[in-house]
Design a protein around this ligand. Structure first.
Ligand code: HEC
Length: 327
């Protein structure tokens, strides 16, 4: 008997204690959810914009916003221009929404050299539009910020890092969703994440995505694959609509216009050719806003595949024009 009583007692104590426990985690709506990465997670460091305005990282830049953040330095000749060019494409796809409900920030990791004035020149060079702010600040504080965003990469500042393509993060501060992104990703995918999924699909994208321009699903040659991931952020290859001009020249016909040996070397080491003052390289550099094409560390095989692809596209797109010309 006493044994049964003891069991009943234990059971009733157990039952009595239940109401004090949250039975189920509450499901507040997304907007009210306190993000685990709130004000006390992110350092609210002061930064200076390219216009010399003082802003605070958490309060002014990310609080309740959907953002894309990357770390750059204007003296960086390879990974940063690639990333900047990719973000510029994403900005174009998102149109007016950048600056309204999506914000881009590029923060310098070389604050000694990147003064607001230097950042402003960089923004002009790349045609960086409204809604995208370049920032600089105190080196130690910026390092702390990079660590809190999980974007601290050893050796990035002096080109020693092998992990160049991981300094971009996109997120929604209010919902606490953050993800690293690769600048080699299609700009349409990045734009879709920023414009739709991070906004919980609440808002339709203002400027509808132009699926005619989005990559079709078909097997790509290795040259085309390389072109899309490495070159298309800065170059078009024919078909370029007005206003869609890239940061670098359109490359249709370039395989016919240039000497093959010059072209192959240019693709492998444009930085060396500029350093050695190759006359054509110098001319192009002056023509294109003194923005140097980055050394993309391509192998000989990749250079060959790219040259074949550019030639094939030229033949394909120029053929109809040639036909029209003949009687
Ligand atoms: C970050 C931007 C950027 C990326 C990425 C880039 N380029 Fe360039 N490219 C330029 C710029 C700018 C120029 C003009 C010359 C200069 O300023 O250095 C140029 C020039 C060229 C030229 C010379 C054009 C001519 O008229 O002779 C070729 C060819 C070229 N790029 C091919 C490529 C290929 C192929 C890729 C991909 C593997 C690529 N580029 C990636 C920016 C870029």
């Amino acid at each position: 008997m006493s044994g049964t009583w003891r069991i009943l007692l234990v059971l009733s104590l157990f039952a009595a204690s239940i109401p004090f426990w949250p039975l189920q985690p509450q499901q507040p709506n997304a907007a009210q959810t306190a993000s685990p990465w709130g004000a006390d997670y992110f350092p609210n460091i002061p930064l200076l914009t390219q216009d010399g305005e003082k802003v605070y990282f958490f309060d002014d830049l990310i609080k309740d916003k959907v953002v894309a953040i990357n770390f750059i330095f204007t003296g960086c000749s390879d990974s940063c221009p690639v990333e900047t060019a990719r973000l510029r494409q994403v900005q174009k796809i998102l149109g007016d929404r950048v600056g309204q409900d999506i914000f881009f920030y590029s923060i310098s990791i070389d604050p000694f050299n990147d003064t607001p004035a230097t950042l402003k020149r960089y923004a002009e060079k790349f045609g960086i539009g409204p809604g995208w702010t370049l920032l600089t600040g105190e080196p130690a504080e910026i390092e702390q910020l990079r660590r809190s965003l999980g974007l601290y990469i050893e050796g990035l500042e002096n080109g020693r890092s092998k992990d160049h393509n991981l300094s971009l993060i996109i997120g929604n501060q209010a919902s606490g969703r953050w993800m690293k992104a690769s600048p080699f990703e299609s700009p349409y995918i990045l734009a879709d994440r920023l414009g739709n999924s991070l906004h919980n699909w609440k808002q339709a994208i203002a400027k509808p995505l132009d699926y005619a321009q989005a990559p079709e699903i078909r097997p790509l040659s290795s040259g085309e694959q390389l072109f899309r991931t490495r070159c298309s952020s800065c170059h078009t290859l024919g078909n370029s609509e007005p206003g869609q001009r890239g940061i670098g020249p359109d490359l249709l016909g370039v395989t016919r216009q240039r000497d093959a040996e010059w072209l192959a070397r240019w693709l492998k080491e444009p930085d060396q050719m500029l350093a050695q003052k190759d006359p054509l390289a110098m001319l192009l550099y002056e023509q294109y806003n003194r923005l140097a094409m980055p050394n993309l560390r391509l192998s000989d095989g990749e250079v060959g595949a790219l040259m074949r692809y550019m030639e094939e596209e030229t033949a394909r797109l120029q053929a109809p024009l040639a036909d029209k010309g003949s009687p």
